[in-house]
Design a protein around this ligand. Structure first.
Ligand code: MN
Length: 428
């Protein structure tokens, strides 16, 4: 880990253990009762700095007019890396304790600083494409053992290709959006024929989302260095999954409806620049990847992750604590692979990392793994048990990097399960 200078102070109070000190300044999209138009802001302490307001006040010269008066961060992200960097520097300066510009302008402060508790958060990115990877060796091994072959869990391609599939951008939803239990074709092993019904093995996938920050032209490829520089930032991701639908449908083209009903993305996009001090080396890659995927140095991030599960009326229990550092394939390698055929990448593409599971039992990032296919239920202090998600259950994912005396965090990502809705005519 790179050592960082002592944290700089902001005139906006930043409580101890806050995810949002001056070192972070993650981007989100919010609205208020007083002004229901969604716009872009950065989190600082328990407040949001309204960047549309700051730009209107002339404090962000050089940016296109209205770039932050938008319902997504995409127009800003499209401006490119030098602008991301200059804007970060400028915002750190404007929010610093020793800068009088905003600090001493009570009228502007009243307009531009909004309490997070009074804001409604929206999905931060207009999701152009959603691709989901499968890049944790521990997760792929656990799933391979349960779904395929206990003695040979990794398929022969896994150590050579960052395995992924094209998912649904249309159902990437904001945190707190309720998640309807999906219907699907189910064929329990003992049944001869499939039937249609609500998933009985509804699961989470603890993941990180990469937000792609540059377009590529059809036919273009990216090197590891270019891919790394093309990543605008990261957000929390819960890739809800219906294991029973998945098990019946996934051969031979991969997951389809089992992953298409909802994927929740966190409110805050932490920039790659803010994560820079938390770079770490990933696992040793053996066999060595092909030349185009070869990387060196610290290409992973040590992001602490936790998953809380709260059945309705029951206190939340932390069911997983792990780190993003364990991922076998880095986000840069995923993006290189994605573009390597000449596939067009776009500003606002979201890449799911794949379920983040670590080496120990407490570090498994899905209920499928935590309960080992439902055979080892999670037990709550009040006697409740969970194998998979029940209606009314709420899942909350939290993520942060631990600095010396500060945290760079993602806030939390939550979702609650609603009962399935099945048309009468489909029940037979
Ligand atoms: Mn997934």
């Amino acid at each position: 880990m790179t050592t960082t200078a002592k944290p700089r102070q902001s005139f906006v109070p930043v409580p101890a253990e806050s995810h949002f000190p001056l070192e972070n300044l993650p981007y989100g999209v919010f609205s208020t009762m007083a002004d229901p138009a969604p716009r872009v802001g950065v989190a600082i302490g328990e407040m949001i700095l309204d960047l549309a307001e700051i730009a209107r006040a002339g404090l962000l010269p050089g940016l296109p007019e209205g770039v932050f008066a938008a319902a997504a961060i995409n127009p800003f992200v499209a401006l490119g890396r030098p602008v991301w960097s200059a804007t970060r520097k400028r915002l750190q300066e404007l929010l610093a304790a020793d800068c009088p510009t905003l600090r001493d302008d009570a009228a502007l402060r009243a307009r531009a600083l909004v309490a997070q508790g009074e804001a409604r958060m929206h999905r931060p990115v207009e999701v152009m494409g959603f691709t989901d990877f499968y890049s944790s060796r521990e997760h792929a091994t656990n799933v391979g053992m349960m779904f395929r072959d206990k003695n040979n869990p990794l398929l022969p391609n896994w150590l050579h290709i960052p395995i992924g599939y094209n998912g649904r951008a249309s159902t990437v939803v904001a945190s707190a959006t309720p998640v309807r239990r999906p219907l699907g074709q189910l064929k329990p092993p003992a049944d001869e024929m499939p039937h249609l019904g609500p998933s009985a093995r509804l699961d989470i996938e603890l993941e990180m989302a990469v937000i792609v920050g540059r377009d590529t032209a059809l036919g273009d490829v990216l090197t590891v260095a270019e891919a790394d520089a093309a990543i605008f930032g990261y957000a929390l991701l819960n890739d809800w999954s219906a294991r029973d639908i998945q098990q019946w449908e996934y051969v031979p083209l991969g997951p389809f409806q089992s992953k298409a009903f909802a994927t929740s993305i966190g409110d805050w996009v932490v920039t790659a620049e803010a994560l820079e001090p938390f770079r770490v080396e990933g696992p040793v890659q053996h066999p060595a990847p092909l030349a185009h995927l070869r990387q060196s140095g610290p290409m992973n991030y040590d992001i602490q992750l936790a998953v809380d599960l709260a059945p309705e009326g029951t206190d939340a229990l932390t069911v997983c604590r792990t780190s993003f550092r364990y991922m076998y394939w880095s986000s840069a390698q995923q993006l290189v692979h994605h573009a390597s055929s000449g596939c067009t990448m776009r500003v606002g593409d979201v890449l799911g990392s794949g379920t983040v599971s670590g080496p120990t039992r407490a570090e498994r990032g899905s209920l499928l793994e935590i309960t080992w296919g439902g055979s080892e239920p999670i037990e709550f202090p009040n006697g409740l048990e969970r194998r998979f998600l029940e209606d009314g259950d709420t899942v909350t994912i939290t993520g942060w990097c631990e600095g010396e005396g500060y945290r760079v965090g993602f806030g939390s990502l939550t979702g609650t399960i609603l009962p399935a809705q099945m048309p009468e005519a489909w029940k037979s």
